[in-house]
Ligand binder design. Structure first.
Ligand SMILES: O=C(CO)[C@H](O)[C@H](O)COP(=O)(O)O
Length: 221
């Protein structure tokens, strides 16, 4: 799987142009892209980057990639990020690494949102991977109840013996809706629930998925 991730990452970084503002994703697949971008920077590529998490921020700095504050950025030319599941309509589940809110803002700012993935991430129907939902802590019981009304069984994500906290200090509810046929409808319903900062359904945000499969690379757009 690492070879598939690496191949997808290598194909994606070829799309970066000189002086681009580049969004850097979070996770083990995005890691390969960040490392490849750092190599290009060492060899003369001039870019500025925006990170999708504190973890990616530290990684980028340690690799010598210049970062911009997300609040100072009006647009991003290209973002390369991973996903937990994707389908051929380029709908995604993201947030396995807990960075979904910033990933969504970065994706929304991006002219090109390139998702890189190994072949295990491709599904016909989304929903085997539980949908991560970032909730403001005081709203977590309320949101859990609202999710039940949508046939979603959710659990607060743990970090050892404690509750997991996002970079924004919030909780994550991982919600099992079973396989769903209409991700856009579910995303719209989640958008209506007070207390949810962001959910991991990315609809109409990705412009291309590059998937490694064996030694091949397959592109969906
Ligand atoms: O959404 C994410 C982090 O919040 C990641 O992109 C997603 O979890 C995929 O991670 P990996 O590449 O490690 O499988």
């Amino acid at each position: 799987m690492d070879l598939e991730k690496q191949n997808a990452a290598n194909a994606a970084v070829k799309m970066i142009l000189q002086h681009d503002v580049v969004g850097l994703g979070t996770g083990s697949t995005a890691y390969f892209a960040i490392a490849a971008i750092a190599d290009l920077v060492k060899n003369g590529l001039k870019i500025k980057a925006v990170a999708t998490s504190k973890k990616t921020e530290s990684l980028a700095v340690s690799m010598g990639i210049e970062l911009l504050n997300i609040e100072d950025v009006q647009y991003i030319d290209i973002t390369i990020d991973g996903a937990d599941e994707f389908n051929e309509q380029l709908q995604l589940i993201k947030g396995g690494g807990g960075a979904l809110f910033r990933e969504k803002i970065v994706a929304s700012l991006s002219k090109k949102e390139i998702i890189i993935a190994d072949s295990a991430k491709k599904v016909d129907q989304l929903g085997k991977f539980k949908v991560p939902i970032e909730v403001v802590p005081l709203a977590s019981s309320y949101v859990k109840e609202q999710l039940k009304r949508l046939d979603g069984i959710s659990e607060l994500r743990k970090d050892g013996d404690s509750l997991y906290r996002t970079d924004n200090g919030n909780y994550i509810l991982d919600a099992d809706f079973g396989l769903f046929t209409d991700a856009a409808v579910l995303a719209e319903r989640l958008n209506q629930i007070e207390g949810i900062l962001a959910h991991g359904l990315f609809i109409n945000l990705s412009t291309m998925v590059i998937m490694g499969k064996g030694s091949e690379v397959i592109t969906y757009q």
